[in-house]
Design a protein around this ligand. Sequence first.
Ligand SMILES: C[S@@+](CC[C@H](N)C(=O)[O-])C[C@H]1O[C@@H](n2cnc3c(N)ncnc32)[C@H](O)[C@@H]1O
Length: 506
Amino acid sequence: MTGATTPVVRADLIGLLRSDLTAAGFTLDGIAQRLGPVASAALHREQSLPALLATDGADDPCAVLVRLLTLGRPVPSDALAAALPSLGVEGARALGLVVDAPRGDVRATCDLRPYADDAHEWWVASDLSEVATGQTLRPDHVLGIGGASTTLASWTIRRPVDRALDIGTGSGVQALRLASHCDTIVATDISDRALAYAAFTGALAGLQLDLRQGDLLEPVAGETFSLVVSNPPFVITPRTDDMPLFEYRDGGRAGDAVVRALVRQVGAVLEPGGVAQFLGNWEVPAGRTWRDVWSEWLDEQAREGVALDAWVVQRESQDPAEYAELWSRDGGSLPGSADHSMMYAAWLADFAARDVAEVGFGVVTLQRPETDRPTWRSLDRAAGPVAAPMGPAIDAGLRARTWLAEHSDDEVLDVAWSCAPDVTEERHGRPGADDPSVILVRQGGGLGRVVRAGMVLAAYLGVADGGLTARAALDAISGLLDLDAEAVRAELVPQVRDLVADGLLR
Ligand SMILES: C[S@@+](CC[C@H](N)C(=O)[O-])C[C@H]1O[C@@H](n2cnc3c(N)ncnc32)[C@H](O)[C@@H]1O
């Protein structure tokens, strides 16, 4: 099945394609308007029928391009000629975007869809999905924009930097996003087909990506970057002969070894002050916690590599059966089929062989300190909704954690902190009771932290408006409540640090 075509970059044609797509309204807004809210929302859920019905028989350029490039349907050659007036059907053929189909139609060889951030609109090329082709995926399938791509893009810090690296670039979607704030982008992949797609995506955006083939950090050995991102092939996959392997999700290693390898190796390519962010799954053996697992990984990293700060946010965890159910459906196999049952059983056996009780999923942020200060670690759980985009909160959290690592408790007390505007308080108590039995402090943005506060912390947050140092405010509260000021400070400093780290105090 290998060797299927990928689009090719032709400098003389790519600009014509860009202007035709724009003129056709083949943009996020244009497609949303053309399809209407119901079909658009269904398409986001990978349900193509409403969009097919909404464009059936239509010959307007946007509808023709949606049917061809997003829904994978053949379209009449003359309709495509009208939709791409400068490029023409010949040009689309020369770019490797379309081939002839029966009855004078043409069909797409790949998926092409618009993608945007606040300030830019691009297009991302990838293989057609199984929804479009109705076939199970090829082992070297190049994935389009998925939930994981969007999560990583949302959590990425968007500092303007010189050199950035995207490991496992696939369609090139993360590299596109990096282009809005990084001067030079190196993007790697083990798959030549993926690199061809990334080259096309990049060229269509008018970008020069430095594309390199190879395993994880191999292609950039000896180089350094200010920002490294990766949505790696982190899916834990049984290594049995009958298990279909997909390059996009399986890095060819047993268990969670790809993510562990990234943790071990990535420090070597980070400049001082540089940050690496990636997604991952991790196995948690019976009798241990996900924090135990990460402490061991980070200890190993610190022993063997460059010292790094680490902020791991576990977003969800699944038991082995839940994980097997999720991934044996991926790629097109249907629950109840022999294939699906075989894979489900293989996943269960694989996890049982390593005594895995749960699998965590989350976002990892590693930072190389600029000085030789001690490193910090934050291992947080955030299962609920978080800010979107999450990058600004991660950026602020990195800076806050670094500041906290560099300052003593006395220095923390000497700051006049302010309670962030997105923080609210809930008081719960028995009916008729004078005092609340539970006070919850809730963060509206960021990680959406909910902290149970005692009376002193709640009182402090009530007066933390940037006017008084924490020391002065806590001493005043101690006086009012007739408490020992030194004991109150000692108890509250770790709580203040915790709230500063996540931006509830700033
Ligand atoms: C989940 S896809 C991510 C694609 C894209 N970056 C995104 O965010 O949507 C993972 C990519 O990693 C590539 N890959 C798989 N194994 C790899 C390895 N050992 N080293 C580098 N890339 C690898 C796959 O070919 C695939 O393109």
